[in-house]
Design a protein around this ligand. Structure first.
Ligand code: ADP
Ligand code: MG
Length: 254
């Protein structure tokens, strides 16, 4: 056990879609400043688990909580609104960028802070411009998403999450929809954020990147956590056969 309370704790999450039980009792935690890579085969429930962490998906049972709150114990009566409180502490970067096509870059990244968080406009715009500058997109503020490359769109997606001032960043395979030559520019931004001490859960197939930036790795298969531990250990000396097979397949797909 860690001597301090974790930032986020997930206890015994179950989630079914119809008869398909996708999460079958998931538990893990994320420490403050920790980067946790969530890996596992396609269809193992990684996206569903991540979405449960910030109330985009409602588990059938289990608890998702942040030290200091909010904490939600899910049941059949849990409403969407009750789940939404988890978004006070975390923000998601999606697989595709999910930007609004009819809004400019600046509008896309300021709409949450202005409309939902109701923060002062001058302050929000200044922060937005500083963050765009940071990820090399200062000139794109007034462009529409369709005029940006996939890598630029995804960097805007990261800025949009940062603008919400979350305590925890959630990334769902942030580079998997990108052309290979655009992957690096996005991973670089994520690596800088990790180095700055951001807490994050990163679903990724980029094992070398996970090894580089993650403190811990959680390996999921068929809706359960099969193995977790320090990144170097899980990725290079996995204890479980299922983990070993998965890593082997990724490293040697032919
Ligand atoms: P992963 O991200 O590891 O590939 P997912 O969480 O996306 O896995 O999916 C796990 C399983 O849940 C899959 O069988 C998928 O078809 C199913 N699933 C995910 N989302 C939904 C949904 N909204 N409705 C029905 N089935 C879903
Ligand atoms: Mg997924």
């Amino acid at each position: 056990m860690s001597p301090t309370s974790p930032l986020l704790f997930v206890e015994n999450i179950h989630k079914s879609f119809g008869a398909n039980e996708v999460l079958r009792g998931i538990s893990f935690s994320v420490g403050s400043g920790e980067v946790v890579a969530l890996i596992g085969p396609s269809g193992s429930g990684k996206t569903t688990a991540l979405r449960c962490l910030n109330g985009l998906e409602r588990p059938d049972q289990g608890t998702v909580g942040f030290t200091g709150g909010p904490e939600v114990t899910f049941g059949t009566k849990t409403t969407a609104k009750q789940a939404t409180v988890l978004r006070q502490r975390s923000a998601m970067v999606f697989q595709g960028h999910h930007l609004f096509p009819h809004l400019t870059v600046l509008q896309n990244i300021t709409i949450g802070p202005l409309e939902v968080q109701q923060r002062p406009k001058d302050e929000v715009i200044n922060e937005a411009q500083a963050l765009l500058n940071r990820v090399g997109l200062a000139e794109k503020a007034n462009e529409y998403p369709s005029s940006l490359s996939g890598g630029q769109q995804q960097r805007v997606g990261i800025v949009r999450a940062l603008m919400l001032k979350p305590d925890l960043l959630l990334f769902d395979e942030p580079t998997s929809a990108l052309d290979p030559e655009l992957v690096g520019e996005v991973l670089r931004v994520i690596k800088e954020l990790a180095a700055e001490g951001w807490s994050m859960v990163l679903v990724t197939h980029e094992l070398a990147f996970a090894r580089d930036v993650a403190d811990r790795v959680v390996f999921m298969d068929q809706g359960v956590v099969v193995e977790e531990g320090p990144a170097a250990q899980v990725l290079t000396e996995p204890r479980q056969e299922r983990t070993r097979n998965f890593i082997q397949r990724l490293l040697n797909p032919f």
